[in-house]
Design a protein around this ligand. Structure first.
Ligand code: 3HC
Length: 698
């Protein structure tokens, strides 16, 4: 037996303890170890009941995601679950932590399930583009009925143990030690005092085929034309659980699982999951420890500052909000209060939690109130001079060692750091709006940022439930640089012959939730206009410049807030109508430049956008602004609506084929070399038969 499973026997009960940190993922060693131990316990004449329990922070949180897409290693999880289900001795699962995916399927195969209070249970496979492939689609609906089982599998969301008891897939919850509770029950079984089947009688949901089929039909209607195949296949499996004998249903499920696990969408979703975790690995910090942070100052109570303050309160920090005068301060505090009200109304925060959080916020007009802060986040408007002034003041009023963070989306973090007088304590924290909702933070590491300051920024993000990605200093860091490349590519197409509506439709069809021009309308066209004006003096006059956006702004078309931008908005509607006036403006601009419009297909739009984004990503990697391709992907998926099932621009470029995309770039470079010239990295990878993903060091 391998050491990942420990075995102990007393009073006729054998306990098998799974120990595969950090999350007891059911990798091949654990599967093999458990099957061996189970077989031995079953054969052992002194064992009359078996308890399965887990060491560490959790019962298995699922199959080992890193094994998917590789040759399967015996025993497979369904085989292990079958061994538990057909074990001739009663098996009780003692659950704690996060009982997810294959972990829940293992538990479902047991005869009884006890859970520690606080346990979360769920089948998140759909979020990975697959389905529960170790009996979940068959055993769960049989146990609790088709409707709730479909609800769990199609949402992928976990439920608390108490809810699992109500639904019928956990037998009891204990707030004591769950392993002891399971062993106590197993001893009674071993002593013949309790019969598991009689103690936990299972209803026969399959007897009511009408209700079952109604649930299946309504789930089919509910998913409509889902873009990914997994939801439809889950529903098919639940139907099969009614129509087929168990063995055949299990085989049907397995075949569907194998189909899905090999799809590019599932590969991209796995990449997304693993990339989000990889982003936190920072080998160049040399093991620096994060500094202690309990009190955080936020300078600026606007939309961003109040969002950041709200997120900090949710994470349990004490917050001091600074605004320049009492009116601005009360407006900032009111925004925090409104954010919290919204969280309460959505059930994400309790009333008591709201009151407790509110007791941790203080407001002030004087920066001196930040003297006790461990970290200060500046969130004032994007004005370099203003930020430098604030950092000079922060450097003076805060304690040495207080971390000073600037929330900027484009500006030079090094200049801001120098202004503070102690640049080693300064870091950029680029939050995304609304900051209390969006999961991404770009941690912008300056030339002088101390390693423990970077480590603290990552620890802060983790405690806030966010995902941090390290970025270097440049105009726009990772995300906004790639966004600029995206917009440049589509602006060229706009001038060449496509309409904004063609481009938006093509990008939505490709998988973005909104097209780039609809997004610009939402954000306000004046933001990027101001930036273009800021950069105008240093712009290379030989580079192609599309002025359509400027013309729209000059015509007062600033986006949704003005009722018109690339689209026209009537009666405060957020849904824009196509506007012939905009098309007229584009035609005039083409004529002024002597451009004869040409036909642009959806496929060309999509290819150019991907090529532009991945090429900018490659440049960012070459410059060391991003540490690895997967970091670029995480930023674009979490911050910019890049479709997760495509895995980000670098993963999508890998999937599309590097050679083909590089050749497209070379073709496009004949039109405008400076923008389209492929980065050297393409050739380096292609000639070695490698992909961007090969650079994702673990
Ligand atoms: N496989 C492999 N590694 C996993 C894993 C899994 N299922 N789940 C987590 N890990 C790894 C993470 O990559 C991370 O590794 P690292 O420390 O090297 O970066 C480590 O475990 C800790 O994970 P988190 O950083 O995510 O820790 P948290 O405490 O924030 O979250 C968790 C823990 C809630 C368990 C979260 O990791 C999670 O949701 N995991 C995925 C669960 C899942 O999707 N399970 C279903 C898998 S598919 C399946 O079971 C198919 C079956 O039906 C056949």
């Amino acid at each position: 037996m391998t050491e990942v499973v420990r075995r102990s026997t007393a009073d006729g009960v054998t306990t098998l303890t799974l120990d595969n940190p950090p999350v007891n993922a059911l990798g091949k060693d654990l599967r093999r170890g458990l099957l061996e131990a189970l077989t031995q316990a079953e054969a052992d004449p002194d064992t009359r009941a078996i308890v399965l329990a887990a060491a560490g922070r959790t019962w298995p949180a699922g199959a080992d995601i890193r094994e998917f897409g590789k040759p399967p290693a015996e025993p497979l999880l369904p085989e292990l679950c079958a061994a538990v289900a057909t074990c001739t001795k009663p098996v009780i699962a003692a659950l704690h932590g996060t009982v997810f995916g294959g972990g829940l399927e293992l538990a479902l195969a047991a005869g009884g399930r006890l859970a520690k209070l606080g346990t979360q249970l769920g089948l998140p496979e759909v979020t990975l583009g697959i389905l529960p492939g170790a009996g979940g689609t068959q055993r769960l609906p049989r146990l609790i009925g088709a409707k709730p089982a479909l609800g769990l599998m199609l949402s992928g969301l976990p439920v608390a143990a108490e809810r699992a008891v109500e639904l019928g897939f956990v037998d009891a919850v204990t707030d004591g030690d769950v392993r002891s509770a399971a062993e106590a029950m197993a001893r009674k079984i071993a002593a013949g005092e309790v019969d598991l089947a009689r103690k936990f009688p299972r209803p026969d949901h399959r007897a009511d085929a009408t209700t079952w089929l109604r649930a299946v039909a309504s789930a089919r209607e509910g998913i409509g034309k889902a873009r990914l195949p997994a939801p439809g296949r889950i529903i098919d499996c639940v139907e099969a659980a009614l129509l087929l004998p168990e063995e055949e249903g299990l085989a049907y499920e397995r075949a569907a699982f194998e189909d899905l696990v090999g799809t590019p969408e599932a590969a991209a979703l796995r990449h997304a999951f693993l990339s989000e975790r990889r982003a936190a690995r920072l080998p160049d910090l040399g093991g620096a420890e994060a500094r202690e942070v309990s009190t955080v100052g936020v300078v600026g109570g606007g939309l961003m500052g109040s969002g950041i303050a709200t997120a900090l309160l949710s994470a349990g920090y004490r917050v001091t909000l600074i605004e320049r005068d009492p009116t601005a301060l009360s407006a900032g505090l009111a925004r925090v209060a409104t954010n919290q009200e919204r969280a309460v109304s959505k059930g994400r925060l309790s009333k008591a939690g709201q009151e407790e959080a509110w007791s941790r916020i203080a407001g002030a007009n004087d920066m001196a109130a930040l003297s006790e802060s461990d970290l200060v986040i500046e969130a004032v408007p994007e004005d370099e001079e203003l930020k430098q002034r604030i950092f000079a003041e922060l450097g003076a009023v805060t304690r040495p060692g207080t971390i000073l963070a600037t929330n900027t989306s484009y500006l030079d973090v090094n200049g801001i750091a120098d202004a503070s007088g102690r640049p080693e304590d300064v870091v950029g924290l680029h939050f995304f709006s609304p900051a209390q909702v969006m999961k991404l933070i770009e941690v912008v590491v300056g030339d002088s940022t101390a390693p423990d300051v970077t480590a603290t920024a990552f620890a802060l993000a983790k405690r806030m439930g966010k995902i941090a990605v390290r970025a270097g200093v440049c105009d726009g860091f990772i995300g906004n640089r790639i966004l600029t490349a995206y917009r440049t590519a589509t602006d060229f197409l706009l001038e060449d012959g496509a309409s904004p509506y063609d481009i938006d439709r093509a990008m939505v069809e490709w998988g973005f939730p909104k097209g780039p021009y609809a997004v610009l309308d939402m954000a306000g066209l004046d933001i990027s206009w101001a930036r273009r004006k800021r950069l105008a003096a240093t712009r290379d006059p030989t580079r192609r410049y599309v002025a359509i956006g400027d013309r729209l702004c000059e015509a007062g078309r600033l986006g949704q807030k003005a009722g018109k931008g690339y689209y026209r908005y009537s009666d405060d509607s957020r849904h824009g109508e196509e506007d012939p006036e905009v098309l007229g403006l584009i035609v005039a601009e083409r004529q002024a430049k002597g451009i004869v419009p040409r036909q642009v297909t959806d496929a060309e739009i999509q290819t150019r956008v991907l090529a532009a984004m991945a090429n900018e990503g490659a440049r960012i990697l070459e410059e060391g602004i991003a540490a690895r391709p997967s970091d670029v992907d995480v930023v674009m998926m979490l911050g910019y609506g890049f479709p997760r099932w495509r895995g980000g621009p670098m993963q999508a470029a890998d999937a599309a084929g590097l050679l083909g995309l590089r050749n497209h770039l070379k073709d496009y470079a004949r039109e405008e070399a400076a923008f389209w010239q492929p980065a050297q990295l393409w050739d380096d990878l292609i000639k070695n038969g490698r992909k961007f993903s090969d650079l994702n060091s673990e």
